[in-house]
Design a binder for this molecule. Structure first.
Ligand SMILES: [Ca+2]
Ligand SMILES: [Ca+2]
Ligand SMILES: [Ca+2]
Length: 249
């Protein structure tokens, strides 16, 4: 089998390009991020926040101008009933990434977990016809004062349901949709692969029937460019190998 170096390079280049497009961010350890997290410790347990919330210099609300607020219905595991969730999958943020609050009583809420991490915020979802509490079932979006290259956060009450984090630039364009489905409570962090500080905000939506999902300890920072994925690391090695083979002929 004759594989010329040129053909091999082209193939590897194609592989490299597709791998780079697979994700605009890389998951990194929360502890590797430097900075002070937003703890929401100033918020009172049980508070319902109408209008935009500003905490730690970051604005929090329901969605961005241009995103349509829809209702997603998902079966409640092990029950006939289904739950209703805020859904932001229609429309897209407009340039400027302008944050909007939800309707009165359907924007954001606060729950104090009674542990060292204390208060966390959640989106309030649509009112289910069965009268169940919509706290934690809503969308939660954040707009940063200035764009960052990395962010970390704590998810609370994550029970393995579908969770989606969408990262946006200030011009409203989507950087990446990060699938957090199946994550349990914990701290997670993501950094831009190319180190560019263009993450200006995010939307967090989910389908988690058990008390929804809450957000705490949001940490916005710049991080070192993450190590390339393992698949990319061996490509220079292969190219060298191909060059050596060619020389041996
Ligand atoms: Ca907290
Ligand atoms: Ca809402
Ligand atoms: Ca939950």
């Amino acid at each position: 089998m004759h594989f010329t170096t040129t053909a091999l390079s082209a193939l590897l280049l194609a592989l490299g390009v597709s791998a780079a497009q697979a994700g605009a961010t890389t998951e990194v350890g929360y502890a590797t991020l430097v900075g002070a997290p937003i703890t929401f410790s100033e918020l009172a347990d049980g508070a319902v926040i109408d209008g935009l919330l500003t905490s730690g210099g970051v604005q929090f609300g329901e969605r961005f101008d241009g995103q349509e607020l829809a209702v997603a219905k998902a079966p409640r595991p092990g029950a006939i009933a289904q739950d209703w969730f805020d859904d932001l999958s229609f429309g897209a943020p407009l340039a400027g990434l302008t944050l909007l609050p939800g309707a009165i009583g359907a924007n954001l809420g606060v729950y104090h977990y009674g542990d060292t991490d204390g208060a966390a915020i959640f989106g309030i979802g649509p009112q289910n016809s069965d009268g169940s509490d919509p706290s934690g079932f809503g969308a939660l979006s954040a707009r940063f004062a200035s764009p960052v290259s990395a962010l970390g956060f704590q998810l609370r009450d994550a029970d393995g349901g579908a969770i989606t984090l969408q990262l946006y630039r200030a011009d409203g364009s989507l950087i990446e949709t990060v699938d957090l489905s199946g994550r349990t409570d914990g701290r997670y962090a993501f950094a831009r692969n190319d180190g560019v500080a263009d993450i200006a905000g995010f939307s967090l939506t989910h389908r988690d029937s058990y008390y929804g999902v809450s957000l705490d300890n949001l940490l916005l920072t710049s991080a070192a460019v993450p190590e390339p994925a393992a698949g990319l690391l061996f490509i220079p090695g292969l190219l060298t190998l191909a060059a050596l083979r060619r020389r041996a002929r």
